[in-house]
Design a protein around this ligand. Structure first.
Ligand SMILES: Nc1nc2c(ncn2[C@@H]2O[C@H](COP(=O)(O)OP(=O)(O)OP(=O)(O)O)[C@@H](O)[C@H]2O)c(=O)[nH]1
Ligand SMILES: [Mg+2]
Length: 302
């Protein structure tokens, strides 16, 4: 017998959803940062074993922010749940162990939609490695058990890969029978161009302070493969919605943009297995976070 199914990873921003998916796939498919609202698209990661194929759907963190882009982000998380055979709800256990009042606030927007989706639920309480005493997780475990009665609950560390095997075994129990949908060496349905733009966006999260990364979007403008040179030429535009952010993204004497470019180029080269020539431009595009056409061009929403 062979199994095939889709698993939606849902949870508040910064819970570790993308980290868990990368951990299962053994490589970075989804970008990760220490700041909330890193993921903006639904990103698939395909795990193929001898007798099963599981498609993880990583989703944007669920929050209550306003604005069109945020509505698009929520939409893609809810659509992932509707598509999936089951849902893994991920919570930052370490955060709620130290700040219990945040638990209710952060889970409030997701409880009802998860119930309404009517899919089997497993709860992963993440970042257990941050706690000296596992007992500190008890209040979080108890609340999760109240909210999702009957759901299996797993304390894990997505980062260190602790408890993740047990979680995967339980996920597999819920995966229906079915033939594989993808070739065994395919690891995502996300195109390489998009992955490259995400790598650039990730570097912006690490190099820019405060709200700056949230005003940015990255679009690949040109992509030329030159196999005889073992080289890929990529031109990318970093859009910002704020005029006064442009200079900060470029940095003094272009330093910030240069570091972003250097780090992104190295990682994109690893991804493509060729040398990469990366050119970055920064452009102001006022109001892009409210422009549905542009948001769709970035692949946001479904
Ligand atoms: N200590 C520790 N840190 C973790 C763990 N899992 C994730 N992190 C860190 O938590 C931060 C957020 O991780 P992400 O995987 O980007 O979280 P996310 O849920 O995808 O966040 P959004 O995309 O914003 O919704 C990163 O700095 C991760 O390295 C864990 O198990 N232990
Ligand atoms: Mg993420």
């Amino acid at each position: 017998m062979h199994k095939f199914g889709m698993v939606a990873l849902i949870g508040p921003p910064n819970a570790g959803k993308s980290t868990l998916m990368n951990q299962y796939l053994g490589q970075k498919i989804a970008i990760v940062s220490p700041r909330p609202q890193t993921t903006r698209n639904r990103i698939s990661g395909i795990l193929t074993t001898d007798d099963a194929q599981v498609v993880f759907l990583d989703t944007p963190g669920i929050h209550r922010l306003r604005g069109r882009m945020n509505r698009f982000l929520l939409e893609s998380a809810w659509n992932a749940m509707a598509t999936a055979d089951m849902v893994v709800v991920m919570l930052d256990g370490a955060l709620y162990a130290s700040k219990p009042h945040l638990l209710e606030k952060e889970i409030a927007p997701l409880v009802k939609p998860v119930d309404q989706a009517g899919r089997p639920v497993i709860v992963a309480i993440n970042k257990a490695d941050r706690l000296k005493e596992k007992a500190q997780l008890l209040p979080v475990l108890e609340r999760a058990a109240e909210l999702w009665p009957g759901a299996e609950i797993f304390p894990i560390s997505a980062l260190k890969g602790k408890g993740t095997d047990a979680l995967l075994s339980k996920i597999m129990e819920h995966v229906p029978d079915g033939p594989p949908m993808y070739p065994e060496d395919q690891i995502s349905t996300v195109p390489l161009r998009f992955m490259a733009s995400e790598i650039i966006r990730e570097k912006l999260f690490y190099h820019l302070r405060q709200e700056l990364p949230y005003s940015t979007a990255v679009e690949i403008e040109a992509w030329e493969e030159q196999p005889e040179e073992d080289r890929t030429i990529i031109n990318a535009v970093i859009y910002t919605s704020q005029k006064n952010h442009k200079g900060m993204i470029i940095g003094k004497q272009g330093e910030t943009l240069k570091s972003v470019g250097t780090q992104a180029r190295k990682e994109i080269a690893e991804l493509l297995g060729t040398r990469v020539h990366l050119e970055l431009w920064v452009k102001v595009r006022s109001g892009w976070t409210e422009d549905p056409g542009f948001l769709r061009a970035l692949g946001l929403g479904d």
